[in-house]
Design a protein around this ligand. Structure first.
Ligand code: DQA
Length: 213
């Protein structure tokens, strides 16, 4: 018997190897990537920028004016007012409150500047430099830092400015951990439980304190 003719083995056709991009193209791609990375602000920088809400910026001081200037600082999570637990904190946004404050300040012949940060260090820095920045007093809602921050207590003690502690809710009527305020002993007054109006009442109180100084 003659040997069976050998079956032609199917050839496995390999996909042609992907050609590596030319060096020139690779360099171009890498530098485009680098440039994009350079342009886009880092996640950290974006987060920090977003955390600071500055509303109702102070109007330029008329020359020789003696209007009292008040720095209004709100702490963590207060940038989410309006969305955050409205049954506790109400439906006004922080910008709404800053705008109302600014209008009241104008009526009372004063200025306000509103700032917000989720970061303890920003709040410490703002309190520490408030006097050098030309402010006469501070309205401060430290948010949850009320109950934890020795650093903010120290900053208030170290600034020469009267500082009024503010809260939208009444922390004394809530969970037991909210009953302790570490900042209260450093403050010249406290307003709590009136929603956004706490800020307005606080401004009236602070201006009365400044007038009596
Ligand atoms: C708050 C009360 C705090 O206990 C809480 O952590 C806040 C808001 C208020 O305004 O009612 O964030 O400061």
């Amino acid at each position: 018997m003659s040997p069976r003719p050998k079956k032609k083995q199917p050839t496995t056709k390999k996909a042609p190897a992907k050609k590596a991009p030319a060096k020139k193209a690779r360099v171009k791609k890498a530098s485009a990537k680098k440039a994009a990375a350079k342009k886009a602000p880092s996640k950290k920088a974006r987060a920090k920028k977003a955390a600071v809400v500055t509303a109702s910026a102070r109007e330029p001081a008329p020359a020789g004016s003696v209007k009292p200037a008040v720095l209004v600082i709100s702490g963590p999570n207060l940038d989410r007012l309006g969305k955050r637990e409205p049954e506790i904190y109400g439906d006004q946004t922080l910008n709404d409150i800053h705008d109302r404050l600014h209008r009241l300040a104008q009526e009372l012949d004063a200025w306000t500047e509103g700032r917000q940060s989720n970061h303890e260090g920003d709040i410490v820095d703002w309190i520490g430099s408030a006097s050098d920045e030309g402010f006469d007093g501070i309205l401060l809602n430290p948010g949850a830092y009320t109950h934890t921050s020795v650093a903010i207590y120290d900053a208030i003690r170290g600034s020469s400015l009267p500082t009024v502690e503010l809260h939208l809710s009444n922390p004394d009527a809530r969970e037991s951990f909210r009953k302790r305020s570490l900042v209260a002993p450093a403050c010249s007054g406290r307003v709590a439980g009136f929603g956004g109006d706490s800020y307005l009442l606080g401004l009236r109180g602070l201006l009365a304190q400044l007038a009596n100084e």
